[in-house]
Design a protein around this ligand. Structure first.
Ligand code: BGC
Length: 403
């Protein structure tokens, strides 16, 4: 952006700044639209023009420029930073056509660097926890710097969420978005092998935000677990608790954890427990139950073993979140075997986000599609090993809608 407007104002004036008529309409003129008009508008914008723009966002203390890419299909608008290949904003209409940002984040780089609990970030090299930061691969033991009690979380002290990724615009007649690439040197954060990861985020005209992960390793085998850590509140970022959001999660089992949130190794059935969301249930309905796993996690902070059938581009249905008042939904499909459902338990009101509201416990959820936590220390879990010559791929789709 060439002006000095804060980001939140900038997006409100997207049309004036050149994002195009369709985006400007979706962003600013739908507040009192009738459902019929909105449906007509959505149909029209559903075939709207795909657009993208790039603006400077900030500079790291090392002097590296960070950009924000904003891409839209005329109805949903996504902003992403080269810092951590981070989803900064997701602007999408509710059932009455009112557009809000539903993703937690900040409007400035220093807050991302200093405060962010992985808001919207692409997480790696190993998302989720590795017990004591230690694992053995081909007879070699590796130590990742611990940053979560005695364990390593989300890749150690300086994970992929704190790196500036290279960005390349992707634009076809069907999708618009950005391919982000980061090369992690051999030995970075203690992990073996030079890992090249490309994570491509694209939005289509049907409000599918598709994330394609691709990685190769050179020199030595490694372990990896790439995910995205976007936090949503479907009533709008900063609007309060997600207790009333209804969740359907297709999983027959989950991986119970010890006091450090490391899986015990057991795959426990969800049936008859507060972890059973196979029938849509409000997140807050059982979150205060005296189930020992809810006490350990201070709520939901658990990996689910996904058991849905592939039904969308060969990907399995994982979950659907629905906020009944405004009506927004987000549906998740993935090729990954698991997903961490995290009910924002450690948000504690200590800082304000992009809309100047404090984020308190349970004000958002994350649904991190992934391999199981601590897989390198659990030979019975699906393998997270990547060897030179192999290519790792996975895909996750977040679909935004209303009901
Ligand atoms: C973890 C939580 C953690 C959060 C933010 C989640 O993936 O499971 O325990 O607080 O990330 O770091």
């Amino acid at each position: 952006m060439s002006d000095n407007l804060p980001r939140r104002q900038v997006l409100r004036t997207a049309g004036a700044l050149g994002l195009g008529a369709a985006a400007a309409g979706a962003l600013s003129s739908t507040a009192d639209a009738s459902p019929d008009r909105v449906a007509a508008m959505n149909a029209q914008h559903g075939h709207g023009k795909l657009e993208i723009r790039k603006d400077p966002f900030g500079t790291t203390p090392e002097g590296v420029g960070v950009d924000v890419y904003t891409f839209t299909n005329g109805r949903t608008t996504i902003s992403m930073l080269t810092w951590g290949a981070t989803i900064q904003r997701v602007e999408t209409p509710d059932r009455r056509g009112r557009v809000e940002n539903i993703s937690l984040g900040f409007d400035n780089l220093p807050d991302y660097a200093a405060l962010s609990p992985y808001f919207g970030a692409t997480v790696g090299r190993y998302g989720n926890r590795i017990a004591k930061g230690k694992f053995t691969l081909d007879g070699h033991t590796y130590q990742i710097p611990v940053n979560n009690g005695e364990n390593a979380l989300h890749g150690g002290t300086i994970g992929f969420d704190k790196k500036v990724w290279k960005a390349k615009v992707v634009k076809t007649d069907k999708v618009v978005g950005v391919a982000f690439t980061y090369v992690s040197p051999d030995g970075e954060m203690g992990f073996p092998g030079e890992l090249t990861s490309t994570v491509t985020y694209t939005l289509d005209k049907q409000d599918n935000l598709r994330i394609d992960y691709l990685a190769t390793v050179a020199g030595k085998p490694t372990v990896l677990n790439l995910t995205n850590h976007v936090y949503f509140n479907l009533a709008g970022e900063g609007t309060g608790s997600i207790d009333g959001h209804v969740l359907e999660l297709k999983a027959a089992k989950y991986t119970p954890v010890d006091a450090g949130l490391i899986p015990t190794g057991e795959l426990a059935p969800v049936a008859g427990t507060p972890f059973d969301f196979n029938t849509p249930t409000a997140i807050g309905k059982r979150i205060r139950d005296d189930h020992p796993q809810l006490v350990i996690g201070r709520g939901y902070d658990h990996n689910f073993v996904l058991s849905g059938k592939p039904d969308h581009d060969g990907l399995r249905f994982a979950a659907r979140f629905w906020e009944p008042t405004e009506g927004r939904t987000v549906t998740v499909h993935t090729s990954q075997p698991g997903a961490q459902f995290y009910s924002g338990n450690f948000l504690d009101g200590t800082f304000q986000g992009i809309g100047n509201k404090s984020y308190r416990q349970g004000d958002a959820f994350a649904f991190e599609t992934q391999h199981f936590p601590d897989s390198p220390d659990h030979p019975t879990f699906p393998s997270t090993v990547l060897r030179p010559g192999q290519t790792f791929t996975s895909t996750t789709i977040y679909t935004f809608g209303t009901k």
